[in-house]
Ligand binder design. Structure first.
Ligand code: FAD
Length: 479
């Protein structure tokens, strides 16, 4: 009898454990994607992620089409839909890859029991992580609460498996049931078309993910350890949305990076640093599995008493990239225009929101959730809690990034700022990260009128820093 592969955040054919299991014994295969916003606790996707999903599904459908396997699209609560399609296809096996969230795990349990009642077997695999949640633990059996302890514990385990190719002899079912037309789901914007910058910046799908990895291995990984902090340099992989949607597996990425180091095409230092970043992704997913409400509550509960400020006006200014701090503004505009932001700048804008403005990190997390193409249910809240100082192994709250010094260190000639804040493009480098210190003649020559063409700083750094430290002292003293 046929087997049904239920695709979720694993939109690829190679190294896909669920697909490999379904294709075993030459079974015919049905392929299903369910757009589920109805099951309890499932977080609706943000706008940029919906855009990515639409394009990724198109690519997956085309890839499956090469094997005469149509991708069946259905919308609704997964337990109902998966059981229906299993029946319609006559499948006695439904295979799928796990996701890390608690609501998603609950959906899987509901689906499995609905399938069981219908006489069908459900099998769940780990396709998204190098190590399944729960397998990396302390001697006492719990989740290591610091990244370095997590990494050490992971290194003691069996090394991650080698990636596997597309299973041979993939075969579709004879009369597949009909699904929805993707266009009817409204995943992409119509008017206004806010996605033009995202479209220009990205190619979605498995082939594009492989091409991105190849390009990075060719020219990117070499020098990564040094160059990864520079937002203007093309030294990071930009694989995050591909990993988020499972267009490529972490096993494929890790094996390629290790191979590059072994064959001497990149240094071990570069490959190790890159590998560490892949392990930050792992860590975030393991934290989410252990802390299901990671996106909602401070993991360090002392911060529940922190005097956060509700200030919608300042939040809007931050979102729009109009804070008057060029690095912060460039980052927020890169995010809006391209659906992505460089990691160093994510840390700076996050710190700015939570520390300079004292706005709850959840506000930033939800803006990123809506605007990032790589918006990830684990890495996004975990990183926000890290930046805000409220999470596991977090940057200490009192370490407050100075957006001017960060800019001068990591974007010394202002290339990044000039790209995303064009109204400052003509400012000489010494002023590009601190336009308010330029004299009137310099500003005039650069066509900058502070407060008119570009805002003055929303708050002075020193005052913001003092205020944040006072707020932190408030919870430290338990006042
Ligand atoms: P590379 O430097 O090439 O790293 C390779 C891969 O490692 C990335 O693709 C990513 O999967 C993983 N990775 C790298 N850094 C981290 C990290 N700090 N935490 C977890 N995984 C990491 N990453 C997301 O994938 N989705 C998010 O929603 C997300 N939100 C973030 C929010 C904030 C406030 C911050 C500070 C970071 C966030 N990150 C998130 C982590 C990181 O910024 C991105 O993964 C990285 O910038 C993606 O670019 P890249 O693929 O070129 O990374």
């Amino acid at each position: 009898r046929p087997a049904l592969v239920w695709f979720r955040s694993d939109l690829r054919l190679a190294d896909n454990p669920a697909l490999i299991a379904a294709a075993r014994e030459g079974r015919q295969i049905g392929a299903l994607f369910v757009w589920d916003e109805d099951s309890p606790g499932i977080r609706p996707l943000g706008g940029a992620a919906r855009w990515w999903l639409a394009h990724s599904l198109r690519a997956l459908a085309a890839d499956l089409g090469r094997f005469d396997i149509p991708l069946i699209l259905r919308r609704g609560p997964a337990a109902k839909i998966v059981t229906e399609v299993a029946e319609e296809t006559g499948s006695d096996l439904v295979a799928f890859n796990a996701r890390s969230g608690a609501a998603e795990a609950e959906v899987d349990r509901t689906v499995a029991s609905a399938l069981e009642q219908a006489g069908c077997t459900a099998r769940r695999f780990n396709g998204a992580l190098l190590h399944a949640p729960g397998t990396v633990h302390t001697a006492a059996g719990g989740l290591p609460r610091t990244f370095s302890a997590f990494r050490r514990a992971a290194q003691k385990l069996e090394p991650p498996r080698q990636p596997k190719p597309i299973p041979a002899g993939l075969l579709g079912i004879d009369t597949p049931p009909k699904g929805d037309l993707l266009e009817t789901w409204g995943l992409e914007p119509v008017a206004p078309d806010w996605a033009s910058g995202i479209r220009a910046a990205w190619q979605c799908g498995e082939a594009a993910a492989q091409a991105r990895l190849a390009a990075f291995l060719d020219d990117g990984l070499n020098g990564y350890a040094e160059g990864r902090d520079s937002p203007a340099a093309a030294r990071v992989s930009r694989l995050s949305p591909h990993l988020r949607w499972g267009e490529i597996s972490p096993h494929q990425v890790l094996a390629s990076a290790r191979h590059a180091a072994q064959t001497g095409s990149v240094s071990h230092a570069d490959a190790d640093k890159f590998e560490a970043e892949l392990y930050w992704r792992e860590f975030a997913h393991h934290v989410l599995a252990a802390e299901p409400d990671l996106a909602q509550r401070n993991l360090q509960t002392a911060f529940d008493a922190f005097p956060w400020r509700e200030c919608i006006g300042e939040l809007k200014v931050w979102r729009a990239g109009r804070t008057g701090y060029p690095l912060v503004d460039a980052g927020m505009r890169e995010l809006w225009q391209t659906g992505w932001m460089h990691n160093r700048v994510r840390m700076v804008v996050g710190s700015f929101l939570a520390k300079h403005l004292l706005i709850p990190w959840q506000e930033g997390e939800s803006w990123f959730w809506d605007t990032l193409v790589d918006a990830d249910p684990a890495s996004n809240p975990c990183s926000w809690q890290w930046v805000a100082g409220t999470g596991v192994d977090a940057a200490p709250y009192f370490r407050i990034f100075n957006p001017v010094l960060q800019g001068e260190k990591f974007d010394p000639d202002g290339t990044y700022v000039r790209a995303f804040v064009p109204e400052l493009a003509k400012l000489p480098a010494p002023f590009i990260h601190r336009p308010w210190t330029a004299d009137a003649a310099t500003l005039a020559r650069a066509g900058v009128r502070l407060g008119i063409t570009y805002p003055k700083p929303i708050i002075a750094h020193d005052a913001a820093r003092d205020r944040a430290l006072r707020a932190f002292a408030h919870i430290k003293s338990g006042a």
